[in-house]
Design a protein around this ligand. Structure first.
Ligand code: PLP
Ligand code: SF4
Length: 410
């Protein structure tokens, strides 16, 4: 059994957890002479994204040969794009900077392990019309755009997003909406991509209104990394648009506590103040967040931004992601260090999106040690063992013999 003391997250003796939890501004980095108004303008941030090998080499003098080669080769697969804001979070002195590893390409991206795939979650096999994935009974995923504010090197949709192929998502919208109209079992529509919050306010308003106009759609959700890559986009105008289409949930994507800056927190507060429940999805990434102490600081910091950790994803088997993939064993260690050790609201569900299209499968440390005869043997977060009496056929025992809170006498 895991030793609860082995995680090093207990007392935070070296203060690393406390340091990780501080909210700091991204600063302006190498853009100190850019007018404040431009810096705070999301369109300026998009226009000035770092996207070429030359820009990377100029702005990051410590660019390694692996990164330089990655940048040269990336254009053939997944575009490079980093907002100046997010780039300013990179620690240039640290080649293993957790921000850098997520967005600066490396040559390892061009290596494909035999088990890696172009469409690891089998989305295309579950796509009744282009850009719509219907895998679960009552909800669909609508891919509204192929653009993101910045590109994550491990993106599970790198076959679609940011590619030179310029998929025409707009053209599919009519068919997507028709499909939802015809399928009255669809009560939840998840808008993603790509990043729908890159649409101009009016265009997003029209899209949300069109989805909302379908009588049987109860819930609309947006998956976005904009509050993390481009918090400047979360303007009062955007919040006013979103607010018109409740109940609307937003799932952000953040992996490391350093992404939760003062700017990101302010953007998330604006969304929360618009009445939008916020969740977070993280991807378990080697050397980025596969560390109990980092993850604990991250989930606690998310709560301070009014965001509830929702999913922790095992990194999908997308082409060229082996160098970023952490093991499931590591993921289980991270989860073990959360449950019981911090606020239950801070604990996400760890899932593997089953290769080939099986959907999200929850996994977690096993707290049921055995089921034998008339009892379950459980362990808690401290490693203490408890018994819960229940007949093996599932019949509950008479109330008098139940014992929920106390270990049974031996
Ligand atoms: C993740 C996902 C959803 C949403 O799943 P929830 O568990 O409801 O958040 C819906 N459709 C597809 C194809 C997905 O990958
Ligand atoms: S924000 Fe999401 S869709 Fe866009 S590159 Fe990152 S993981 Fe892919």
């Amino acid at each position: 059994m895991a030793n609860p003391d082995s995680h090093g997250v207990g007392e935070d003796e070296d203060g690393r957890g406390a340091a990780l939890k501080q909210f700091v501004s991204a600063g302006r980095g190498r853009w100190g002479d850019v007018p404040e108004a431009s810096w705070n303008d999301w369109r300026w941030q998009l226009r000035n994204r770092i996207s070429t090998p030359d820009q990377l080499a100029r702005l990051l003098p410590t660019l390694t040969p692996e990164e330089a080669a990655g940048a040269r080769l990336a254009q053939r697969r997944l575009a490079v794009g980093i907002t100046p804001y997010f780039f300013s979070l990179i620690d240039p002195a640290d080649p293993w900077c957790p921000i850098r590893r997520q967005v600066v390409p490396r040559v390892e991206e061009t290596h494909t392990a035999p088990w890696e795939m172009r469409d690891p979650c089998g989305e295309e096999a579950h796509s009744p019309v282009p850009g719509l994935v219907h895998r679960y009974p009552d909800r669909v995923l609508l891919l509204a755009t192929d653009r993101c504010a910045a590109y994550c090197r491990y993106c599970t949709r790198s076959r679609l997003v940011g590619s030179a192929a310029a998929h025409n998502f707009q053209a599919h919208l009519t068919a997507q909406l028709d499909y939802i109209r015809q399928h009255t079992e669809v009560r939840d529509v998840l808008l993603s991509g790509g990043d729908p919050l890159l649409f101009a306010d009016r265009k997003l308003d029209r899209l949300l209104a069109a989805v909302r106009a379908i009588r049987h759609v109860e819930l609309v959700r947006i998956g976005t990394r904009v509050p993390i890559f481009l918090p400047q986009r979360v303007t009062p105008g955007l919040c006013a648009v979103l607010k018109r289409h409740h109940p609307l949930f937003v799932s952000i994507h953040s992996n490391h506590p350093r992404e939760l800056t003062l700017e990101a927190r302010a953007a998330l507060e604006r969304l929360a103040d618009a009445g939008i429940p916020l969740g977070n999805q993280s991807v378990l990434l080697r050397g980025v967040n596969d560390d109990p102490e980092v993850m604990k600081a991250h989930v606690q910091k998310l709560l301070m931004c009014r965001v509830r950790p929702y999913y922790l994803y095992q990194c999908d088997l997308i082409h060229g992601s082996a160098h970023l993939r952490a093991s499931v064993r590591r993921g289980l260690e991270v989860m073990e260090a959360l449950r019981g050790h911090t606020t239950g609201y801070a604990v996400p569900t760890y899932v593997i999106d089953a290769p080939g299209g099986g959907g999200k499968v929850p996994i977690g440390p096993d707290y049921v040690l055995s089921r034998n005869g008339d009892r379950l043997v459980l362990r808690n977060h401290e490693g203490r063992v408890f018994e819960y009496p229940e007949a093996s056929d599932g019949t509950p025992l008479p109330a008098a013999s139940r014992c929920i809170h106390e270990p049974l006498p031996a």
